[in-house]
Design a protein around this ligand. Structure first.
Ligand SMILES: [Fe+2]
Length: 208
């Protein structure tokens, strides 16, 4: 499904490299992604971009007194949501695992469960393609377990929403999509996916 390449509509729409950092998340990322490797560079940059956008949304929905544990969870989960990509085959971003790329969500869930982080793990499983239903998985014949993988909690929704705006690309700065481009891309997988994103856009507003 979506994600790791650029296209004619977003080519050149490069964003600044951000520096959201978290010790817990980096400790786990460092186990699987050596610093300086292509996959490590792509993952860290993408995850920081998603985390910056997700934190902006989290603060917006929190009002003047954000709950610190909520904000911390969003930061950790956004930084870790794609931890499973190294177990997939996406050589253009340095991933040489045996699984199809679409599997990175549920593979990431397994990894974070092994690290004792079951709530973060569900953010991994439920962020792919703006969320998948068991029916989507069957209809699209996706090589993932047939079960509902839709964002359920506010935290899962915010990370999934923020992720929609950013592709993983080796290009310096990564690629940020306009909301209309995200909607057009999601439409190709089903109108209910685009509608889910529209509802998030209405509720959260576009990230700054
Ligand atoms: Fe992502």
């Amino acid at each position: 499904m979506k994600d790791r390449s650029t296209n004619a509509t977003d080519a050149g729409n490069v964003t600044k490299v951000t520096k959201v950092y978290d010790n817990v998340a980096e400790g786990i990322i460092a186990v699987y992604y050596p610093r300086g490797s292509l996959a490590g560079n792509v993952l860290r940059r993408h995850s920081m971009q998603v985390a910056e956008a997700a934190l902006a949304v989290a603060r917006r929905v929190s009002g003047p007194y954000p709950d610190r544990s909520f904000i911390r969870f969003i930061r950790e989960a956004a930084l870790l949501h794609d931890i499973g990509i190294f177990r997939t085959s996406a050589p253009e971003i340095g991933c040489t695992g045996p699984h199809p790329y679409v599997c990175h969500g549920y593979l990431g869930r397994k990894i974070l469960e092994e690290h004792g982080m079951p709530a973060h793990a569900m953010v991994c499983e439920r962020h792919v393609g703006a969320g998948l239903t068991a029916g989507d998985i069957r209809d699209l014949n996706l090589p993932v377990p047939v079960r509902d993988m839709l964002p359920q909690t506010l935290e899962e929704e915010i990370v999934c929403f923020a992720d929609c705006f950013f592709s993983k690309t080796p290009a310096p700065g990564g690629t940020r999509h306009r909301p209309e481009d995200v909607i057009a891309m999601l439409e190709t997988y089903g109108s209910e996916k685009a509608e889910r994103f529209r509802r998030w856009l209405d509720r959260f507003g576009p990230p700054p």
